[in-house]
Design a protein around this ligand. Structure first.
Ligand code: 5GP
Length: 216
């Protein structure tokens, strides 16, 4: 159900970093969350991997050649970047900083080494880990997707078992047993974080409400 939540003013937007092994359901969960919170801005990553069928350049990813990616990297154009199963992935820095400065909340879907870099650069960000119900289910989901070669599936499963213990560095963990339930939980986390006093500009709200100068 899409609705526009009533929000207090904010001086800066919240950054939500979502990670989880390949096949943990990140894309489907984020699609539901974004549908229910249309004011959330999605950070479109750059990648050197080839588009899957149905993936659109500039919507799902900015698809780049390795040369284009490396040039952007040399220009300090990425907030974080990592190699994943033989391809480069990175978060364009300017877009995220612009949105956060404008008070907009940003959500990004990145792997754990990228999340570690964001944690260093922006410790105030909120880190959410999507946990698959089991390795078997993860394997089924990747195979069912049918977008990866048998070799790439094996590589992603190996990566998943390495990635799962990183959960301890995250603020929240959401088990993706059921898609709708997991999406509802991620949405609840976002709404709770938006309600933190420290993250709202309560002073200017009270001033406009009481028509007084700032006593705080
Ligand atoms: P996929 O190829 O399945 O779309 O993504 C592979 C992995 O790369 C996923 O774990 C996804 O979260 C991660 N990923 C996507 N975009 C970025 C990014 O900008 N930076 C980093 N570090 N990882 C990313």
């Amino acid at each position: 159900m899409a609705d526009r939540a009533a929000e207090l003013p904010r001086t800066r937007g919240n950054l939500f970093v979502v990670s989880g092994p390949s096949g943990s359901g990140k894309n489907s969960i984020l699609a539901l969350v974004r549908q229910s919170l249309p004011d959330l801005t999605y950070s479109i990553s750059a990648t050197t991997r080839a588009p899957r069928r149905n993936e659109v350049d500039g919507v799902h990813y900015s698809f780049m050649t390795k040369d284009e990616f490396d040039e952007k990297l040399r220009g300090n154009g990425f907030l974080e970047h990592a190699e994943y199963c033989g391809h480069s992935y990175g978060t364009p820095r300017a877009f995220v900083e612009e949105k956060l400065s404008a008070g907009k909340d940003v959500i990004m879907d990145i792997e754990i080494r990228g999340a570690d870099q964001v944690r260093l650069a922006m410790p105030e960000a909120v880190f959410i880990f999507l946990m698959p119900p089991s390795i078997e289910e993860l394997a089924n989901r990747i195979r069912r997707r049918g977008t990866e070669s048998a070799e790439a599936v094996e590589q992603r499963l190996k990566k998943a078992t390495e990635e799962i213990p990183s959960v301890f560095r995250y603020d929240y963990v959401v088990l993706n047993q059921n898609l709708e339930e997991a999406a509802a939980r991620v949405r609840a986390i976002i709404l709770a974080e938006r309600s933190r006093v420290a993250k709202c500009d309560c002073a200017s709200f009270i001033c406009s409400m009481t028509k007084q100068n700032n006593p705080f």
